[in-house]
Design a protein around this ligand. Structure first.
Ligand code: IMP
Length: 180
């Protein structure tokens, strides 16, 4: 596995500091409000698990699974719901928890979808952001760490289903995806 990693882009310690900071902000902003965290699978589950344990307010949570890039490093632009949430978000505040915002297509779709379900608000919290890659305009209310236009793995992010278990955010060696 180590041979496939080019290097560490964001260390686990830096990620941890950011998660604590976001947890404090979210706890303050949603104090006294009915909040549902919606983790976007598969990539968002590591961040969601860390983030929710930094919240000092009671929250409900659920998971939604959307199609990813498959075994490619390019976005197809097509968003498909594979598994929807089970709970009703009407009259509640929704916070979509993502691993990374890249083109923005996934979150734009999800934000619009959740708005049709009668929530009080729909906001986005992402661990990482690649703003230079944006194809659609989307407001990211809680942004973790901005990164350059590089394909990254670890901290929940995968390449062809692998490397999600790396604790740091790493860059993938181009020789791995050049084989595509
Ligand atoms: P978007 O719809 O282009 O914003 O893409 C969002 C999804 O693409 C993320 O939730 C990730 O699953 C995936 N993605 C985007 N960039 C990367 C990356 O650098 N590594 C791994 N997955 C990525």
């Amino acid at each position: 596995m180590q041979n496939d990693i080019e290097g560490i882009l964001v260390s686990r310690d830096t990620i941890r500091e950011k998660v604590i900071e976001l947890g404090k902000r979210i706890s303050k902003d949603y104090e006294g409000k009915d909040l549902v965290l919606v983790g976007v699978l598969k990539g968002g589950f590591v961040f969601l698990a860390d983030l929710m344990r930094e919240l000092s307010i009671p929250v409900d949570m659920d998971l939604i699974s959307v199609s990813s890039y498959g075994a490619s490093t390019k976005s197809s632009g097509v968003v498909r719901i594979i598994k929807d949430i089970d709970i009703n978000v009407a009259n509640k505040h929704v916070l979509l928890v993502e691993d990374i915002v890249d083109t923005g297509l996934t979150l734009k779709y999800l934000k619009e979808l959740f708005y049709t379900r009668g929530p009080l608000s729909v906001k986005v919290c992402t661990a990482f952001d690649k703003p230079s890659r944006r194809k659609v305009e989307i407001e990211v209310e809680y942004c973790g760490i901005e990164i350059p236009d590089k394909f990254v793995i670890g901290y929940g992010l995968d390449y062809a289903g692998k490397y999600r278990n790396l604790p740091d955010l790493c860059t993938l060696s181009p020789k791995v995806y050049m084989k595509e």
